[in-house]
Design a protein around this ligand. Structure first.
Ligand SMILES: *Cc1c(COP(=O)(O)O)cnc(C)c1O
Length: 473
């Protein structure tokens, strides 16, 4: 194991600030059983076979459970009547049916690009339940969001100046805030640590003069009513996340004290709850995080502040599975290698940074039944043409054979919906699954597979002559 997976549990036994590792998760067994049934049904119903050797599956029951847990966790620690908007970070699973499902579960959308905003709209997420957060918003994006009443968190002074210009003389309908970087430090994964001294996001609060600039910005603009921070994603210890929220709350209190009124009425605490990729248990839980926050920052929960959250990975990761057929089973240097159809195109982070993003692999036989047999150390490889294209290296599982299936678990966020077009490998179909009411499993297409024709078109197929006849010198 790499050093960076060990310290705060970039992935592993997540974030055991208090020495706890696997919290008891009463839903873990049900989740695993539903997954096994779904893989079996996917093979039986022909969603997976020699001609369709790769699919992604989403557990609708599990997604609903996580959404309900999230709502309940914050309901339990907020004063009655506190407005709480849970805005799902669309980047974690940019799929319209997922956003629609979450909307039905009372979850809004946090968007960070025109594409993500369009997805949220296509899913029917209301502007009042949408938050725009990108670090590089264009004037057109800002104008559109402000006209629609979508909440905007300004990233920096230049952006605030743009908002000033766009709103000059008119009523500001959107809730507007400033994103701050509390600079409380990073976690085990540098690329996902947004509260380091030099992170690119938000106003770096501890830089000289920055705090005073923020306070003045609010005092000069009575329509600034929110304050936002997102301390990081996967790999951040809960204690550090809580410190980030505490710093943000302290700033809100300072602004309100100096304004002489409750000008900041809503604190957006971001997302970032880590996911346990090392075992079936969902840990840490929303309940634990919400309790920790309410103990660490009680004033934030006493009813004076509305809350916005922006969880992504923790809502979806445990509910997605990539299932890939084993095309060949071979041996190299004494090690068994299963060559499958899932690699860098659906598990980009794991393939390029295996130390930070190890995935559990489950072995299924050709009929989609969990494989039995003693564990054998083996590699599970993908189809791409470079040696590092490995889903798992040296993992112990029942020996995978030709025609079996390898499933990459906990891949519901930032994996199969984040296709990487290496080797022109197609985007696989994504199917949602749920009980069919008759003891079986029902599937629905969330996103169909990309066709080879689409790959040609998207790869300049319509412009075949562009560099020859298209350019005359
Ligand atoms: C990525 C991101 C999130 C979601 O992070 P997760 O780790 O997926 O929960 C929330 N807010 C902002 C601003 C982000 O950039």
């Amino acid at each position: 194991m790499d050093a960076d997976t060990e310290n705060t549990g970039g992935t592993g036994e997540a974030v055991a600030d208090d020495g706890r590792t696997d919290e008891r998760d009463p839903r873990a067994a049900g989740r695993a059983a539903r997954r096994d049934e779904a893989v079996r049904a996917a093979v039986r119903q022909g969603l997976l076979d020699a001609g369709t050797p790769l699919v992604a599956l989403l557990d609708v029951t599990g997604i609903r459970e996580s959404a309900a847990e999230l709502r309940a966790a914050f309901d339990a620690v907020t004063a009655p009547g506190t407005p709480v908007l849970h805005a799902f970070a669309v980047k974690a699973s940019p799929l319209v049916p997922v956003l629609r499902l979450l909307r039905e579960e009372g979850i809004g959308a946090e968007v960070a690009s025109p594409g993500e905003l369009a997805l949220a709209r296509a899913a029917g997420v209301e502007p009042a339940r949408t938050v725009l957060d990108s670090p590089a918003k264009t004037p057109a994006e800002l104008r559109e969001a402000l006209a629609a009443g979508i909440a905007v968190n300004a990233d920096n002074a230049q952006e605030l100046a743009r908002i000033d210009a766009l709103t000059a003389g008119s009523d500001v309908r959107s809730p507007v805030g400033i994103r701050v970087n509390p600079q409380v430090g990073g976690g085990s994964i540098e690329a996902l640590s947004t509260a380091t001294a030099t992170s690119k996001f938000g106003v770096a609060l501890r830089d000289e003069g920055a705090r005073e600039w923020v306070v003045r910005a609010y005092l000069d603009r009575p329509w600034l009513t929110r304050l936002h921070a997102h301390t990081g994603s996967q790999g951040i210890a809960l204690s550090l996340m809580a410190r980030g929220v505490a710093e943000t709350y302290a700033l809100a209190e300072e602004i309100n004290r100096r304004a002489g009124r409750q000008q900041v009425d809503t604190v957006d605490i971001g997302g970032g709850l880590p996911v346990n990729f090392a075992s079936e248990a969902s840990s840490p839980t929303y309940t634990r995080y919400a309790r920790l926050l309410s103990e660490a920052v009680p004033g934030l929960f006493d009813g004076r502040y509305g809350l916005v959250t922006e969880f992504g990975r923790s809502l979806l990761a445990k509910h997605g599975t990539v299932v890939a057929r084993v095309e060949y089973a071979k041996s190299a240097g004494g090690r068994p290698v299963a060559v499958t159809h899932a690699g860098v195109q659906v598990a980009t982070r794991t393939v390029y940074a295996p130390g930070s993003w190890p995935l559990r692999i489950a072995a299924y036989d050709a009929k989609g039944r969990p494989k039995k047999g003693s564990a054998v150390v083996q590699d599970v490889a993908g189809p791409a043409c470079f040696a590092g294209d490995l889903l798992a290296q040296g993992q112990e599982l029942p020996l995978l054979e030709q025609g079996d299936y390898a499933a990459a678990l906990d891949t519901g966020a930032y994996y199969f919906a984040h296709h990487y077009a290496y080797n022109s490998l197609p985007r696989p179909a994504i199917h949602g699954f749920a009980p069919d009411g008759a003891g079986g499993v029902a599937f629905a297409v969330v996103r169909r597979a990309q066709t080879i024709e689409e790959i040609v078109t998207e790869s300049g197929g319509e412009h075949a002559d562009a560099l020859t006849a298209g350019i005359t010198s």
